[in-house]
Design a protein. Sequence first.
Length: 223
Amino acid sequence: MTRRGLIAVFLGLATLAGCATAPGRPPDYAATVPTQSAANRDPGAIYQPGQGMDLFADTRAHRVGDVLTVVLLESTSASKNATTDTKKDTTVDLPTPTILGGAVTHNGQDIFNTGINDSQKFSGQGDSSQDNTLTGNISVTVAQVLPNGNLVISGEKLLTLNQGTEKIRITGIVRPQDIQYDDSVVSTKVADARIVYTGTGALADSNSMGWLARFFNSSWWPF
């Protein structure tokens, strides 16, 4: 391969590596701020416009912008075992052709003696197992109140450590009756939950393949 061809190949690989770069922060995880009341009234001595005083109501999160804590208790386990054995034997004997009523021979052996013998065998085995556990707490905000009273929540926690940064993101739908008295809800009771846990830095880079190795292990590599 010429020098120009090698340069073209490496530029193509660099482009693929750039496409694999993780996207930026999606706006769905941003904290939701409650909207302020548009009413312009003179403040009173006790009652202030835009500030609720629910003395006897439930103070658990139920409005847009309210904060609640999601207790992460995620644990998944999956295993799969597959074994395949196939075998096929084929034997076909064809009658020996004759010329003028006699077999055609050479040194006493039939020249046109034909037969087919075929044997095929395949054996395959695969094992796969995976265990994942995620525990911890993350505080989120109510992004939307649905017509049936359920709460759409979203939030993100960013931890910057000495060797990198860790991010926990979560979105989902919570029923008000599943929220505890301390404004907490278990992640297993979050519907349509989307939990993302990622990390960047030296430790994360040491546990990931380089862009060239990812190319050779991807579907783009034809061999």
